[in-house]
Ligand binder design. Sequence first.
Ligand code: ZN
Length: 325
Amino acid sequence: MQSTPSIRRDPLAEFLAVRPLMILDGALATELERRGADLRDPLWSAKLLVEQPDLIGAVHRDYFEAGADLATTATYQATFEGFAARGIDASQAARLMQAAISLAGLARDQFWSEAGNRVGRRRPLIAASIGPYGAMLADGSEYRGQYRATDAELRSFHRRRLEVLVAAGADVLACETIPSLREALALVEVLAEFPMAVAWISFSCRDGEHTNEGQRIADCAAELNACGQIGALGVNCTAPTHIGSLLRHLRTRTAKPLLVYPNSGERYEASGKHWHGESGSASLAAGAGDWFEQGARLIGGCCRTTPDDIRALKTWAKSVTTPTS
Ligand SMILES: [Zn+2]
């Protein structure tokens, strides 16, 4: 009944076998807002899947033009539960999630069809964004963890969406802004049910050593290192100042490619759904050299970063060659 390809391909490893690093994209929501979208909504950028899908495709395109080797889809907060709260039934919700993958794929294919865009580059990948359980709650708990949900509830939450996103054909699953080791382990258990899928797991961290919930990032790496479906491990939506230290801790317990896509250093306030505070003085490009030295091989931006940040990263990356050590 099933046609089963028996070898799992890891598109991240294939890319990194021939390139010293992969440049990820930056924030989707920030760009959508800059273009006039109102995202003060529990569905966040997923809201645009319903209302203005073309806008999402245009932002993906901007990131490819800026130099991104990968697009992260608008599914971070696209969940059956979130859509249901807006009166969107399960089959329509699944169609919207699939549409998010298609939008990114179409933007990629259009970009790639122009010969000038292929010079010196590999075909960009599509990563299906998988936000944490806390992002569905839309109360900022992805920055705290401490869920009341049981392990079984976490697995069931992730299983429903993974089923759709895996079938939709993304190259990699971006499990991101994960606040706790417990949620990462729940994801790994569900991943095993989709043995051909390759994922990255990226934690949100509160300082230079701990996840937002408080586990040591080194312990997280140790627990996850044996999972063959994890193509990269790292940190996102975390202040740039913590990244170097977190990478050093991660590296002590895993040889997997490390990934980082910090936010701008501002803080998110869930009650008002806005960001405040000083934007980090260190831009992505300024930090990237150090992060690369610490083992980061996938580098991009999270909240509040823009195509300009990715363009600067791309300019920096031209000076990077594969380390000989
Ligand atoms: Zn973020």
